[in-house]
Structure formats: structure tokens, C-alpha cells
Write a protein that binds this ligand. Structure first.
Ligand SMILES: Nc1ncnc2c1ncn2[C@@H]1O[C@H](COP(=O)(O)OP(=O)(O)OP(=O)(O)O)[C@@H](O)[C@H]1O
Ligand SMILES: [Mg+2]
Length: 323
């Protein structure tokens, strides 16, 4: 396992906790391609945390195998394995008596890096997660907001450049606005460092926003569907998935498409404030409702009008997609 992103394969993975009536995870098979973000979604107790923590062996497999770039997790030295996997949990778990910089340097220190290299790495990562080290490096966790602590948790998990990131409801405790902001920040970061990421969430909107693929687990840790966000929303495998993603999945699906994806009509003579072509169809729908118009101009990044979108176009999109 190098520091390049790694493929993760679950191969008929089952976990039965001692004394439990049934499995917490049953015959789970899925492949997460190198560099992608896979969100595990499902109701409480459906085995998400169990599925995640079998990767770094905090929980032992009962049967089946999890392979990282072809090597079973059981074949790795466990200490080495955990050093190579960044792990972010909901309660962050920063060391309260260490500064932010020292917290971020935890794993490099264990690995015996020289102090100068640890400091450089910590500073680089704090910069990357939007916490200027000059301002935040010497503070203690209690002197940060919840969202800032989450970002330190992410920086710490990235410190030794692990090929794999496990994130268990890392943004669960944040208010919706902070949460959206930090989701965007993580996506921006991910585009730069492309770690294979397994991400647990309860929240369908978070999953749709973050995921390349979504795995939906049901009670008993059985995989109900493993698919792209688009397929989960437009072609749920069964009633359980359809109920889980919600009756408003048609509206959610609109957030996946941008105006630039549509064949626009000529914009001759229509007035009004143009919509940016990078806006989602859901934003366009809101603009139609706010303006009362059924046709609106669309502009490119330079503000040049490139065409028009109609309310009918959105209707076609949802009906095609909800079929
Ligand atoms: N250490 C343990 N010993 C015994 N049973 C456990 C243990 N950890 C979890 N379980 C059980 O395994 C099942 C799956 O738990 P898990 O924590 O994986 O669910 P989850 O999907 O992460 O739930 P949540 O959304 O509430 O965090 C539950 O029934 C839980 O009670
Ligand atoms: Mg959990």
C-alpha cells in the first residue's frame, strides 16, 4: 500500500458480534475504486460503523475479506495498517493538552519524522484546511469552534499522507451552514489529494453532495443498493431505498444537473437577470418560482448570455429521471 490512492474491495464481509442474535454486517460485497468517495448510508444500527472499522481492524471480520489494493487487511501488520489509514470520528478526539500544530503532527511523530519536517507538514495541512498556522497553530482545541476542530481532525488524519481515509459522520455535530461549507471544503481538498474515502452519513443530502458512489445499508447490515447518487435517486432498487432517499428525490435529482448540461434554447429577446450556466437545475427551479417567468436567460462565466432555459425543460428532466 503506497501513499497513492488505493482500491478497497469488500468481498462477502460478515460481522457477528459475540452473543448477538444476528449479523451486524452480512455478506457485504462492494468495490470502491481508487481515489473515489464512497458514502455509506443507512438507518441507525444498520452496520455502517462496523463496516468502516473492519477496514482498519478496530473491529475483526467474522468471515469474508476486505482487500486494499489486493492485500487482505488481515495480512497487514495492524499498527502499520492504521498508520496508513486516516480515521476521522464524529467527536474528533483532539488531544486537549496539545496545541493544534502538535495534534496535526501526531502520526508523523509516531513515525519518527524530524521535528522540522513535522512542523512543515502540520503547517502545510493547516493551510490546506483553511486554518492559517500563524493564527491557529499555537492554540489549544478548546480555543477553536466546532467546525474548526473538525478541520483539525481532517488535517490530522491526512498528516502521514495515507492512501485511505475513513470518516464516520465527521460533520454530524455541525449546524447546516457550517456543514455545507466544510463539505465543500472537503471536496476541494479531495480534488487535490484524491484519497480513497469511505464516509459514513445519516444524511441523504450530504451523501448526494459528497459521493461518487453511495452504499445503502438496511437493518442487519445488508447492502440494499450500491450505485451513483444519480442512480440511487432516479432508480432506487426497492421500496426501502425509495423510502430512505425520500419522496422528494425528484427535487434532489435536480441538484445533480447543471444548466450547462442542458441543450439550451436560443435566447432571442428575453429579458431578466441571467442564471449562471454552472447553477444547478434546482436553483433554476427556484428562480422560475421567484420570477414567475417560464423562460430565463443563461449566461456563461463571463456574463455573456449563451441561451435560455424553460420550465418545460426541467419538467422533462424530472419525468425522464423519475421513471
Ligand atoms: N462492540 C459491539 N458489540 C456488540 N454489538 C455491537 C457492537 N458494536 C455495534 N454493535 C451492534 O451492531 C449493529 C450495528 O452497529 P453499528 O455501530 O455498526 O451501526 P451504525 O449503522 O453505525 O449505527 P449509527 O447510525 O447509530 O451509528 C447494532 O445492532 C449494534 O448494536
Ligand atoms: Mg455508527
Amino acid at each position: 500500500m503506497t501513499s497513492e490512492a488505493a482500491e478497497i474491495v469488500y468481498d462477502r464481509v460478515t460481522k457477528v458480534y459475540p452473543g448477538a442474535a444476528g449479523p451486524a454486517v452480512e455478506e457485504l460485497s462492494m468495490t470502491v475504486p481508487a481515489g473515489e468517495i464512497c458514502v455509506l448510508l443507512g438507518p441507525s444500527g444498520s452496520g455502517k460503523t462496523t463496516a468502516l472499522t473492519m477496514v482498519n481492524r478496530l473491529v475483526q471480520l467474522t468471515s469474508g475479506d476486505i482487500r486494499i489494493d489486493g492485500t487482505g487487511v488481515g495480512e497487514h501488520d495492524v499498527i502499520e495498517l492504521r498508520r496508513r489509514i486516516g480515521y476521522v470520528i464524529q467527536q474528533v478526539g483532539l488531544f486537549p493538552h496539545m496545541t493544534i500544530e502538535e495534534n496535526v503532527g501526531t502520526v508523523p511523530r509516531v513515525l519518527g519524522w524530524k521535528p522540522g519536517r513535522i512542523r512543515d507538514r502540520a503547517n502545510e495541512l493547516l493551510e490546506l484546511v483553511g486554518l492559517p498556522p500563524g493564527e491557529f497553530g499555537r492554540r489549544y482545541p478548546a480555543q477553536l469552534s466546532g467546525g474548526q476542530r473538525q478541520r483539525v481532525g481532517i488535517a490530522r488524519a491526512l498528516a502521514a499522507d495515507p492512501p485511505v481515509m475513513l470518516m464516520d459522520e465527521p460533520f454530524g455535530a455541525l449546524d447546516p451552514l457550517t456543514r455545507e461549507h466544510i463539505q465543500d471544503e472537503f471536496l476541494r481538498l479531495h480534488a487535490q489529494v484524491r484519497k480513497t474515502t469511505l464516509f459514513v452519513s445519516h444524511d441523504i443530502d450530504e451523501a448526494v453532495r459528497m459521493a461518487d458512489r453511495i452504499g445503502i445499508l438496511r437493518e442487519g447490515g445488508r447492502l440494499a443498493q450500491y450505485d451513483t447518487p444519480e442512480r440511487i435517486l432516479t432508480a432506487p432498487a426497492d421500496d426501502f431505498v425509495a423510502r430512505f432517499v425520500g419522496a422528494d428525490r425528484g427535487l434532489r435529482a435536480l441538484t445533480l444537473r447543471r444548466l450547462s448540461d442542458l441543450p439550451l434554447e436560443p435566447a432571442d429577446g428575453i429579458a431578466g437577470e441571467p442564471l449562471g450556466s454552472s447553477e444547478t437545475l434546482r436553483t433554476a427551479l427556484a428562480a422560475f418560482m421567484a420570477s414567475g417567468a417560464d423562460r430565463l436567460p443563461v449566461a456563461d462565466g463571463d456574463g455573456r448570455v449563451i441561451g435560455a432555459v424553460t420550465l418545460d425543460m426541467l419538467r422533462t428532466q424530472t419525468s425522464e429521471r423519475a421513471r
